[in-house]
Write a protein that binds this ligand. Structure first.
Ligand code: ATP
Length: 384
């Protein structure tokens, strides 16, 4: 168990920047998940942490030990990858024991460690079998067992569940988190799967082009995305995003015009730099839109394009509003409009998000005396 610090790490492959001045601190015992589009540098960072790649500049610290130049075998790191590649000709017992045998650990200790790990991961009955006689989930548990045989202080996982079917993934997500809570090993985990990030992580890092877009708890990122990219990337279905304009009136309230029939007024105070109606990205999550009840004034009138069942009690309405498309999440228990129907929508104005179209930075109202938010806005958004 260890605190991990990555300090201003940069890594390039030929001319391709994989990571640029990236700094993070992962707390002792934390379950830290990295997400981001393909090629954003997730695996490169994991390989640097494992010692399989050297950064061009910057440092990596495990607790008070600088490990930037330490070889992988001396880092006390366990790794689980997508291709867990068990040795097919060896029994599960020998697969688990392999690392200790290579290090000539005495037989008694090997047996004790394998027994402990097998018990922990519920593999006792499978020790005499060969990998091909196991299910995908059981094999994945063996891979995890192999990674923790040497009692690592840090566990690195690169999409470990991506080869499993949907039901097994669901079960393994819960098992992995339970396992983590029991052992408390600092875990850094890469995934493309939003559900994994939201259900397992203490903290998520959204990456883009070798840099950090946002770090925070899954709830924080979903409720308060700090950039347009993070807003679009996290949350299922993705956030609806329109081009809109925003003007701050004399009372400090924002008037938002999203191409809809009526403008919306959002009480502020908002930074007065928006006097003059600049363009913004306006974001609304599908769960923050609702079908207007009979007699209720609609904020938007849309045409339903496709009705998609999201599960037992959710329906996603894919709608058109002039040239924009948007998704609305409604409860499956109410009357569901049909494709082609025109419906009125209400918007939860306390849940809308605004982003600067040039920088992608979040635009937020001034709070308290306004200074902190205004500073963040001016620095992040370079809007002065
Ligand atoms: P994915 O989600 O597709 O696995 P990733 O976020 O893990 O992607 P990386 O594998 O870290 O991304 O790659 C980051 C960038 O570095 C990419 O542009 C990739 O093509 C490049 N890259 C990674 N490894 C090498 C290598 N050994 N040689 C050259 N370029 C590399």
């Amino acid at each position: 168990m260890v605190m991990v610090k990555v300090d201003a790490v940069t890594k390039r492959f030929a001319n391709v920047p994989a990571l640029t001045e990236l700094s993070i601190e992962v707390k002792d015992g934390e379950f830290f998940i990295m997400v981001g589009p393909s090629g954003c540098g997730k695996t490169t960072l994991l390989r640097i942490l494992a010692g399989l790649e050297r950064p061009d500049s910057g440092e990596v610290w495990f607790g008070d030990r600088c490990v930037t130049a330490t070889d992988p075998g001396s880092r006390e790191v366990g790794m689980v990858f997508q291709n867990y590649a068990l040795y097919p000709h060896l029994s599960i017992f020998e697969n688990l024991a392999f690392g200790l045998r290579v290090r000539r650990t005495n037989r008694k200790e090997v047996r004790e460690r394998v027994t402990d790990v097998a018990k922990l991961l519920d593999l006792q009955e499978l020790l005499e079998r060969k990998p091909k006689q196991l299910s995908g989930g059981q094999r994945q548990r063996v891979a995890l067992g192999r990674a923790i045989m040497r009692q690592p202080q840090l566990l690195l996982m690169d999409e470990p569940l991506s080869n499993l079917d949907a039901i097994l993934r669901e079960r393994m997500r819960i098992e992995l988190r339970r396992f983590h809570d029991r052992l408390g090993i600092t875990t850094i985990y890469v995934t493309h799967d939003q559900k994994e990030a939201v259900s397992m992580a203490d903290r998520v890092m959204v990456m883009n082009g070798g840099r950090i877009e946002q770090m925070g708890s899954p709830e924080e990122i979903i409720r308060h995305p700090s950039t347009e990219f993070a807003a679009r990337f996290m949350g299922q279905p993705p956030m609806n995003m329109w081009r809109a304009s925003m003007e701050v009136n004399a009372t400090g309230a924002a008037l938002i015009s999203a191409g809809s029939e009526s403008s919306w007024t959002i009480p502020g105070p908002w930074p007065r730099i928006f006097i003059g109606s600049p363009h913004i990205w306006l974001g609304v999550r599908p769960h923050d839109l609702a079908l207007a009840s009979p007699g209720e004034v609609a904020d938007l009138v849309v045409t339903v394009d496709v009705v998609e069942r999201g599960g037992a009690d959710e329906v996603f309405l894919h709608c058109r509003h002039r040239d924009e498309t948007l998704v609305v999440c409604v409860a499956g228990t109410r009357r569901i409009p049909r494709a082609g129907e025109e419906v009125g929508l209400t918007v939860r104005l306390d849940r809308i998000h605004m982003f600067d179209t040039d920088t992608g930075a979040r635009i937020q109202p001034l709070v308290g005396n306004g200074r902190a938010a205004a500073t963040a806005l001016l620095v992040g958004g370079e809007l002065q």
